[in-house]
Design a binder for this molecule. Sequence first.
Ligand code: M6R
Length: 609
Amino acid sequence: MCGIVGAVAQRDVVDILVEGLRRLEYRGYDSAGVAVVNSSGELTRLRRLGKVKELADAVAAAPVTGGTGIAHTRWATHGEPSERNAHPHVSSNITVVHNGIIENHAPLREALQAKGYVFTSDTDTEVIAHLVEEELKSAASLLAAVQKSVKQLHGAYGTVLMDKTDASRVVVARSGSPLVIGLGIGENFIASDQLALLPVTRRFIFLEEGDVAEITRHSVRIFDSNGNAIEREVHESNVSYDAGDKGQYRHFMLKEIYEQPNAINNTLEGRLSSDSVLDETFGNGAAELFKKVKHVQIVACGTSYHSGMVARYWLESLGGISCNVEIASEFRYRKSFVQPNSLLVSISQSGETADTLAALRLAKEAGYVGSLTICNVAGSSLVRESDLAFMTRAGAEIGVASTKAFTTQLVGLAMLTLAIGKYNGLTAAQQRELTEALKSLPGKLEQALTLAPQIEALAEEFADKHHALFLGRGDQYPIAMEGALKLKEISYIHAEAYAAGELKHGPLALIDAQMPIIVVAPNNDLLEKLKSNVEEVRARGGILYVFADADAKFQSDATMRVINVPHVADILAPIVYTLPLQLLSYYVAIIKGTDVDQPRNLAKSVTVE
Ligand code: M6R
């Protein structure tokens, strides 16, 4: 989704801004732009439809310089993707970039047009530029004009503005869309994500909801939503960023698939004793809170929702408590019943997903006993606003299709099951068994990755297919859903997932030789049931691709291809079976020739609802 980078410095900042945009590319976007003001007060703006590379080429062809600047990658919401709609937008002296959506843009546009302002784009963002220009007529400073303007904006915004008549500062405002100030020496920066600024600083201030700030080379002044001057903590970042380097891999997604054993090692490190999960794993006060918890409500979106669905099986069968899982965009808009002693668990790779964040904020008012987030980005909004946070330590995930973030979330949720289960009947022997299983996981994942050549060959058979059906039972049903999501998002093949027992209630009608059926079949207590479902498909001429434990005794033949997955403890099976499905979607996408890391229309971080 949209990305923002800005700088106030003595040196030329164009390269810093363009590099910052490149680092935000993974978020998904359709156009990019940059504007800088030089010491003579001249504004130069360049915008391009398409990739940041197009913008970088344009900058190289017509060199621009300036010490104060703002830049943006746009993911279209209002107005088609085009150069005209790309940010920055300009109103006479004022230049603006904006993430989010201004919901009342239509009446504001009408009022500003009545005052003579001429709009040159179809965006909601352009109203900010004209509104601030208008307010500046009666305000003492750009800061004051922005403070007056944001009171008139409804919706979500992270916005950065500059005035070409005073290039010594930029003014920024945050409401619903994250912004982080980067502190340099004699220069300061702003971005929607710290990753953009890591080449220039590691010292960051995360703005809070409603904050407006004025940033110069030597100062940062922050005001809260009531206009009071306020100090915000400075954080030293230890985030590493190697997105510029795909190493030996063709795509970030493939690199991230192969990083999973190591990512999971990091996720486990220092969090397990020989026979249980350590109390500190979920932060200060976690043990006290978990003792009280009698119900867990999980909220999440997309892939993170699928990890929540797996956790429901674990928490109810092993953790000894009831659990409900809901898509955050549904949860936030319905009146739900809060069970006594409920813990709200949000799950998110980015920690900035608008619907998940809104669900957390809603829950805070609703009487939950506490909140925990399972998240991959330190300092993100979900982490800062939750009572407890479990950091998944997957490292920066650049591919839009979530892979290592998902499996590390599952590891976090397995540990949560242990941590809560010990107060709800999970025996010491069970805890030890689960702990040992978790420790063996990285090795099992290494083994699963050796299936890649087989899966690559298998992917050829999907090249001419338009649909696919994924089947699983129990905690493998959400894994089937995740497999279907991966395939559709990067190969654009329409894929559905069903709990295998549902086949005869409708989807059997779809079965023919053109519909590949992918089955996840570990050797668990549901295997015999699943085998019956497989036979139902075979009897109707379906072609099956079965990912199974060798002990499950499936045989390859003309209508069934069997891929043997390493044998694992039941609790680990959802994690291990995920990897072959990730590889399948990757190799099918390669054959289809799609943009694997940045699939069409999708964004990495969905900061608008
Ligand atoms: O950052 P989050 O985990 O909150 O993101 C939620 C979804 O947008 C995300 O998982 C999405 O479904 C992925 N593209 C799936 O690969």
